[in-house]
Design a protein around this ligand. Structure first.
Ligand code: ATR
Length: 283
C-alpha cells in the first residue's frame, strides 16, 4: 500500500482498539479495488472523543467506524443521523461530506445481509428467539422487524434490560409480537415448538468454558442458528453443526457491517469475498 498526498483516510475509534480486525479486511478491500484509501485504528480514550471527532473535520478524513465504548457517546458530536441511528441511539459509522458528519449504524443491516446472502435464510414471517438485550440485540431486532418477522422471543440475564428493549421496539417500530422469556425459563419446551431462527447476541461463547445456554433438544427444533461471537467456534455452533442445522458465526456479520461502511465511504460495492478471505487468513 502506497500512502500519497491524495490518500483518503478512514479508520476506527475505539478503546481499546488494538484487537480490531477491521483494518485487515478494509485495507484488503481498498487494495483489491485499487482505491487510494487507507484504514487506520485510532485509540481514543473516552475523555478525548470530542476532540477526536473534531479531528475528522480538521484532517478531512472520509470517515471512521466507532466501536466500544463510544457508540452511544459519539452521537452528540455529529451533525446528522440516519434513521436507524436515531431509533437505536447508536452509531458505528461516521461519514464526512464537506465537513458535515453523518452517523450511521450498520450492524443491523450487516446482520441481515449476512443472514440472507451467506445464510440463504429469509426472515420474513419467521419466529425468532434472541439471547441478549444489549446493543447488538437492539440492532438485530430492529433489522428483523423491518424484514417483517412474525414474532420475537427475547431472553436476557438481566430481565430489566429485556423489558427496556421490548418497550423501545414496541414504541419506535410499532411491533407488538414480542415476548420476554425469563432467563430461568429459557429452556421451557413449549417455547421451542415453532422457533425458526435462534440468535446469540451475548458474549457467552467467547471463552472456552462458556456454557451452552440453550439445551440441545431445543436447538434441534430450530431451522437456523446464528452466533455473533466471532473469535472461536462456540458450543452453540458446534451443537448446530452436530445436529446438521445450518449456522453462521459473527465473522459474516463483521464483514457485512464493514462492507456497508465501505460502501458509504467509497460509493462502491464492497468486495465481500475478498474481505472474508482476508479475515479468515488473519484468524
Ligand atoms: P453488545 O453491544 O455486543 O450487545 P452489550 O451491550 O454489553 O454488548 O450486551 C451484552 C449482552 O450479553 C447483554 O445482553 C448481557 O446481559 P445483561 O443485560 O444481563 O448484562 C449479555 N451477557 C453478557 N455476559 C453474560 C453472561 N455471562 N450470561 C448471560 N448473558 C450475558
Amino acid at each position: 500500500m502506497e500512502i500519497k498526498g491524495t490518500t483518503k483516510v478512514t479508520g476506527v475509534f475505539g478503546y481499546p482498539v488494538s484487537h480490531s480486525l477491521s483494518p485487515v479486511f478494509q485495507n484488503s478491500a481498498f487494495k483489491y479495488l485499487g482505491l487510494d484509501y487507507v484504514y487506520i485504528p485510532f485509540e481514543v480514550k473516552p475523555q478525548d472523543l470530542k476532540e477526536a471527532v473534531k479531528a475528522i473535520k480538521i484532517f478531512h478524513w472520509i470517515g471512521v467506524n466507532v466501536t466500544i465504548p463510544h457508540k452511544k457517546q459519539v452521537i452528540k458530536y455529529l451533525d446528522e443521523l440516519d434513521e436507524n441511528s436515531k431509533i437505536l441511539k447508536v452509531v458505528n459509522t461516521i461519514h464526512n461530506t464537506d465537513g458535515k458528519l453523518k452517523g450511521y449504524t450498520t450492524d443491523g443491516e450487516g446482520f441481515l445481509r449476512s443472514l440472507k446472502e451467506d445464510g440463504k435464510f429469509k426472515p420474513e414471517g419467521k419466529n425468532v428467539f434472541i439471547l441478549g438485550a444489549g446493543g447488538s440485540s437492539y440492532a438485530i431486532c430492529g433489522a428483523l422487524i423491518n424484514e417483517k418477522v412474525n414474532s420475537i422471543f427475547i431472553t436476557n440475564r438481566t430481565l430489566e434490560n429485556a423489558k427496556k428493549l421490548k418497550k423501545n421496539l414496541v414504541e419506535k417500530l410499532k411491533f407488538k409480537n414480542i415476548e420476554i422469556i425469563e432467563f430461568e425459563k429459557r429452556n421451557d419446551k413449549k417455547i421451542w415448538q415453532n422457533i425458526d431462527l435462534l440468535i446469540n447476541t451475548t458474549s457467552v461463547g467467547m471463552k472456552e468454558n462458556d456454557p451452552l445456554l440453550i439445551e440441545k433438544e431445543n436447538i434441534e427444533m430450530v431451522k437456523f442458528v446464528y452466533d455473533i461471537v466471532y473469535n472461536r467456534k462456540t458450543e452453540l455452533l458446534k451443537t448446530a453443526e452436530n445436529l446438521k442445522i445450518p449456522y453462521l458465526d459473527g465473522i459474516s456479520m463483521l464483514v457485512y457491517q464493514g462492507a456497508i461502511s465501505f460502501e458509504i465511504w467509497t460509493g462502491k460495492k464492497a468486495p465481500v469475498d475478498i474481505m472474508k478471505k482476508a479475515l479468515y487468513e488473519k484468524i
